[in-house]
Design a protein around this ligand. Structure first.
Ligand code: T1G
Length: 694
């Protein structure tokens, strides 16, 4: 069946795109629109043409799955130009999402009408590219350079109301989009307005605020540090000041360069990886889901409060439990303050904040959790404490409810065994601050029921998180890998690097903060406490020698005003501290470690390939289903630079043969205890494979 059809009714031609699920503009769609258009233009009975789409949305952009196959004509820009060149008025009738190439097609049409609720935008920048089918040339001509820069460099979606006020839309329709599109077409014909072509507009350079392009570049260099495509978007919009053909030629040049860039490959990889992680292997799509209307949260600390906000912001009722009334009051007050902060920053209105707060209630009685559909425990990270909570929940909460633990390391099977319903128990590992961080690690216990997994996976999406399923092991996906990263950072301290050098090298790689500064922020004692519960063979004591000394001295990190760095009161900026350098020197000497000069490249290589090597073990053990899942965890939970695609994609980019070589060299230098290459890496390297293909 063709993905585009054409029908003529009462002098109007309707060109329908029908390519579920999101009407991505595939080769067939491009070809079909051109054919429909030609037919409509040749038909003397047709006075105007309406371009519309079936299903839940207009067009969500170019078909991203075609990117790696190489362009196949007709190109999207040719479709846009042909629409604009049409001698009869062409009206785009929009609904759902009008994104990327979909918006470019709409801008090629002479008029635009949209159903209320339509979302419009140019998300290309989030894929490492630019709107390359004349979008960077037409939008500034229509809405002005400033507004176009804002839309194109951020990739944000705007509502139909905003699009109307910017002039992107000519009309909004009510429920009957197609009826009103037809009325609009007849109005245009009756008034003899004919065709309008954005490409014919010249932008007046005087209309552009002085310094706009350079200021935008500077501000994006900060807010989008390391990303290439926002800068490329500015270059392309600047080219809109040229006569149209030259501007388009420049846009084409930039597009080809961006499409071929490693950053674009990385960002496209994440686009699909973030969607793939919602598909759980061996779990049929139609697996039943439990109804989740009321959520109980145990522990109203920073974590519990953040989780409460995530649910309440998504419209779900929450009951927060703390045993002591004052702790409960403090927790509720903190949540109130956070919502207040969001109002102050203009993220939500006061009315929305009130509504969210209205959905959160507090209790000190477990009995009040009896009719919850889901209860999430967010108490102190100690097995005994968690087990006690689950025993109580088993007694009080109704049958069929899901019981979840927010543990970040502990054995979910052991926690589940504290209940008589382990099939209802699952790990839901939120990342702090839970109301902000996108990642949710979903930990499947050995006995977790399929419908529990499918329920929480869908729930993750409902509360705006990306849910990645992990198996049970110490630290699951994210924190298990992090052990290797932290270990190498700790060892390099003793071997000769300073905290500042390690942090700077990884910051320059693209991490938002280096590992040492992160440890100070999280609290050095937290890691010490976690290690105390471990068998000493599981970690490298040398790597944490300095950590332990600092904790003994009461230097626990930011919260005590000193850790690896010092902090001035009320300020979180790390200040290097000679006293710490001295401690590092003493610890190295005590362990017979000769200090040497360490390069920034070595710092990055050891920290990042430690992640990759453990990631490969996790994959082979089946703790993670896909290498893309690991990448999604690292980008959304640990700040791994999105433009590098995640640690596993990064290794694929370096090449697995090279990765294997690097890890072997590290093994030869530092021994096989931590650096034995994961068998999967060795195998794939020898086969010429990649993690992606595994
Ligand atoms: N191409 C191919 N597949 C796509 C797709 C696309 N553009 N958009 C979505 N899908 C698939 C997706 O992988 C998933 O598949 C299914 O559709 C449902 O998506 C020249 C070059 C529209 C807001 O970046 O933002 O135009 O997992 O789960 O939550 O300038 O999809 O079911 O197998 O995300 O309801 C620019 C991308 C392209 C928009 C709907 N466009 N899409 O969200 O569903 S570049 C985009 C979205 C471009 C031109 C350039 C969202 C959505 P599966 P979903 P959703």
């Amino acid at each position: 069946m063709s993905v585009v059809s054409m029908e003529v009714k009462d002098g109007l031609a309707y060109v329908w795109v029908d390519n579920p699920p999101v009407n991505a503009i595939s080769h067939g769609v491009r070809q079909g629109i051109l054919e429909g258009l030609v037919e409509a233009l040749e038909d003397d009975g047709v006075e105007a043409i309406i371009l519309a789409a079936r299903g839940r949305t207009f067009m969500a952009g170019a078909d991203i799955t075609e990117f790696d196959k190489g362009p196949q004509p007709p190109h999207l820009s040719q479709v846009v130009e042909t629409l604009e060149a049409a001698g009869k008025p062409v009206i785009a009738a929009l609904h759902g999402f009008t994104l990327g190439g979909g918006l470019e097609i709409a801008l090629g049409c002479h008029y635009r009408i949209a159903a209320t609720g339509t979302k419009l935008g140019f998300p290309e920048v989030t894929l490492g590219i630019i709107p390359g089918a004349t979008g960077t040339q037409r939008l500034p001509r229509l809405v002005g350079v400033k507004a176009a820069l804002d839309l194109i460099t951020t990739g944000k979606q705007i509502t139909a109301d905003t699009a109307l006020s910017l002039g992107i839309l000519d009309r909004l329709s009510g429920d009957d989009l197609m009826g009103q599109a037809a009325d609009f077409a007849r109005d245009i014909l009756a008034q003899g307005e004919g065709v309008r072509r954005l490409s014919e507009i010249m932008i007046d350079p005087q209309s552009i605020p002085a310094g706009l392009f350079d200021d935008t570049r500077k501000s994006l260099a900060k807010s989008k540090r390391g990303f290439e495509s926002p800068q490329a978007c500015v270059d392309a919009v600047e080219a809109a000041l040229l006569p149209y053909p030259q501007g388009v030629a420049r846009e084409r040049e930039i597009t080809l360069e961006r499409r071929a860039s490693p950053q674009s490959a990385a960002q496209r990889h994440l686009f699909f990886a973030e969607r793939a992680c919602g598909h759980i292997p061996n779990l049929p799509k139609d697996t039943a889901k439990r109804l989740i209307k009321k959520v109980g949260i145990i522990g109203a600390g920073t974590m519990g409060g953040g989780i409460a906000m995530a649910f309440s912001s998504a419209g779900i009722d929450v009951t927060l439990l703390e045993i002591a009334q004052d702790a409960l009051d403090a927790g509720l007050a903190r949540v109130g303050n956070n919502y207040g902060g969001n109002v102050k920053r203009g993220r939500i209105t006061q009315a929305q904040a009130d509504e969210c707060m209205g959905r959160i209630s507090g209790t000190t009685e477990y009995a009040n959790l009896a009719d919850m559909d889901l209860v999430i425990e967010a108490v102190f990270e100690k097995m005994e404490v968690k087990k006690q909570v689950f025993e109580t929940l088993d007694d009080v909460v109704k049958p069929g409810a899901i019981l979840a633990t927010n543990t970040s390391y502990l054995d979910v099977n052991e926690i589940a065994a504290a209940t008589k319903r382990p099939e209802d128990v699952v790990g839901l590992h939120f990342f702090s601050p839970a109301n902000v961080m996108k990642l949710l690690e979903i930990v499947r216990g050995d006995k977790t029921a399929p419908d529990v997994l499918s329920t929480v996976s869908a729930l993750a999406k409902r509360i705006g998180k990306v849910g990645v399923v992990a198996g049970v092991c110490f630290g699951f996906i994210g924190n298990r890998m992090l052990q290797g990263y932290a270990r190498e950072a700790g060892l390099m301290l003793l071997e000769g690097a300073s905290p500042g050098q390690i942090d700077q090298a990884l910051y320059d790689f693209g991490m938002p903060m280096g590992p040492i500064a992160v440890t100070d922020m999280a609290g050095i004692d937290i890691g010490t406490m976690i290690r105390q519960a471990l068998d000493p063979s599981a970690y490298d004591a040398n790597a944490f020698a300095v950590h332990d000394r600092l904790v003994e001295m009461g230097r626990k990190g930011q919260k005590t005003g000193a850790g690896f760095y010092r902090y001035e009161v009320g300020n979180r900026t790390p200040i290097p501290d000679l006293a710490v350098d001295a401690i590092i020197g003493q610890e190295a000497e005590a362990r017979g470690i000769a200090r040497r000069s360490i390069s920034d490249d070595e710092i990055v290589q050891r920290c990042i390939f430690a992640l990759v090597n453990i990631g490969a073990q996790i994959l082979e053990e089946g703790i993670a289903y896909r290498s893309g899942d690991i990448d999604v965890v690292y980008v959304n939970g640990y700040g791994f630079p999105r433009y590098r695609g995640g640690p596993m994609h990064y290794a694929d980019h370096v090449g697995l043969a090279k990765t294997f070589e690097i890890i072997c060299a590290l093994r030869d230098q530092h021994g096989g205890r931590w650096w034995t290459p994961a068998p999967l890496i060795e195998r794939l390297a020898k086969q010429g494979g990649s993690f992606h293909s595994f």
